[in-house]
Design a protein around this ligand. Sequence first.
Ligand code: CDP
Ligand code: CDP
Length: 204
Amino acid sequence: MAFTIAIDGPAAAGKGTISRAVALHFGFAHLDTGLLYRATGRRTLDGTDPVEAALTLRPEDLDAEDLRSPDVAQAASRVAAIPEVRQALLDYQRAFASRAGGAVLDGRDIGTVICPDADVKLFVTASDDVRARRRHKELCEKGHDVSFLEVLEDLRQRDARDSARAAAPLKPASDAITLDTSSMSIDEAVDQAIESIQTALGKT
Ligand code: CDP
Ligand code: CDP
């Protein structure tokens, strides 16, 4: 059975955390599509052309160091606005989504462009302040030397760029269920996501 779950939303909304938990719960495979853009963006920091970087992306690029840093996040958001970069990463994502056994993909355009026919679409969001606090804590724990205001600025800049671009902008699919996690713990957010998915599974 190819059952596809699309999880989109702005930066640091909790997409990855929810996706991983949901994938574990249902035994589905998970793809963090942001990693593809981060790895592409990181390669451009060495001077590689963005389209060339996306076309020649290798599995080991997804394990590169610093992929989670704000600099790489910014580079990811810049290359993500280039239609040829998005096109280069499309087939891999579609093939992953249609694998037998079920798949969860998280990103910005999963429910709108990559998997418009996904069985369940969630749009995970939270206030700017909450998202920045969570990401700041996470980065500090990983040893990054970055201030709260720098993190807030990174999230706001990327969300603005990701929403304003012409190619696959960040926006909820018309049939997406919105999950505002501003005042939810991780467990509460995961439980709500599982409930929505369980309901959809019951209908298939
Ligand atoms: O994937 P995305 O960038 O949307 O977010 P994430 O990396 O899953 O979550 C960002 C941070 O928020 C992580 O450190 C999560 O542990 C934390 N988080 C949280 O504190 N409460 C939630 N309800 C969801 C995520
Ligand atoms: O974890 P966080 O939400 O901060 O970022 P991410 O999901 O790793 O994505 C990094 C950047 O990649 C985003 O700011 C987007 O510009 C881009 N991206 C995208 O355009 N489309 C996707 N499906 C996933 C990420």
